[in-house]
Design a protein around this ligand. Structure first.
Ligand code: ADP
Ligand code: MG
Length: 299
């Protein structure tokens, strides 16, 4: 059997319940794989456990059950092979923006000279528009959006095999978000990197991802579906909406979030295998033979 680059098997997270013997099961029986080089987004309502899954993938949190295997090895503890942009963009508060990046780059490339580390870090700070003097400020002297950009620069700069992004563009204005999304695609295309990204923005997911995982509401949340976007790359932001799959995928996601994430919630709806169902839109309707039209003639 060929195992994917990243394999999530039987993952569950439970917390002791404050008011009874039954633990709170945030999610259980979460199973999915990600191939090397794939760009996968995950969407689900707030509280279903997306950040928890990502923290387990990062090796920063432990699941109650199940394992994560990357490159045939079980993930245990953090590693520079996995770069993370957290939802709350945690930077080291006592270091400048620049030092937050150089610190990580130097840890990743122990053989690099100070100058190499600095030049490499600057490249990524420039990419996020922060090499204009702002790089010398400490996190407390930066806006939320700027802190988020430092965190993005830091994660990208260490060029991890697996990039884990938790709503990374949430605090950015639309224009900056577009620029950084395009930079992310450029970096991803130019490398063998694998991306796992949480977002609540369905259009962002369709623009960026190969595949979108849909999570039902908790408790007992699970990954119910894996939707293949099926829109060829490179994708142009202003033309993508014209692709015949675009609105099919979009409607499917919106409908899932609005209705099915609740309807499919709860333990009793889980499939035995726990594998998400694959959803594909590979037949454009207009290529199918049109059904004959029936006319009823009432005389
Ligand atoms: P998401 O990122 O999808 O919004 P999270 O992974 O942040 O969700 O949280 C998943 C769930 O875990 C939430 O419903 C939250 O209330 C619960 N949770 C997180 N930490 C604890 C804890 N220490 N004790 C009990 N419940 C927790
Ligand atoms: Mg979250």
């Amino acid at each position: 059997m060929n195992t994917p680059f990243l394999s999530i098997e039987g993952l569950a997270k439970r917390f002791p319940s404050p008011d009874g013997p039954e633990p709170l099961t945030v999610f259980e029986n979460v199973n999915f794989g990600i191939e090397r080089g794939e760009f996968v987004c995950i969407i689900g309502h707030s509280g279903c456990g997306k950040s928890t899954i990502m923290n387990v993938l990062a090796g920063l949190d432990e699941a109650t059950d199940g394992v994560v295997i990357m490159n045939q090895r079980e993930v245990k503890g953090p590693s520079l092979d996995r770069g993370v942009v957290f939802q709350n963009y945690s930077l080291l508060p006592w270091l400048s923006a620049l030092k937050n990046v150089t610190f990580a780059v130097a840890a990743r490339h122990k053989d690099w000279s100070k100058e190499q580390v600095r030049a490499h870090s600057y490249k990524y700070l420039e990419m996020v528009g922060l090499a204009d003097g702002a790089e010398h400020r400490k996190p407390s002297q930066l806006s939320g959006g700027m802190r988020q950009r430092v965190s993005i620069a830091r994660a990208f700069a260490i060029q991890p095999e697996l990039l884990l992004l938790d709503e990374p563009f949430g605090a950015l204005d639309a224009l900056t978000r577009g620029t950084i999304q395009d930079e992310l695609l450029k970096i991803w295309r130019g490398t063998e990197q694998t991306v796992f990204m949480i977002t609540h923005d369905v259009d962002e997911a369709i623009y960026l991802a190969d595949r979108i995982l849909l999570m039902t509401n908790g408790p007992y949340a699970r990954v119910a579906e894996s939707v293949e976007v099926g829109i060829p790359r490179p994708r142009a932001r202003d033309e993508i909406v014209e692709h015949p799959h675009y609105y099919k995928v979009r409607n499917h996601l919106v409908h899932f979030l609005a209705r099915r994430s609740k309807e499919m919630a709860g333990r009793e709806h889980a499939t035995a295998s726990g594998r998400p169902e694959t959803v594909r839109f590979d037949e454009p309707d207009d290529e199918r033979p049109a059904a004959p039209t029936l006319y009823a003639v009432n005389e």
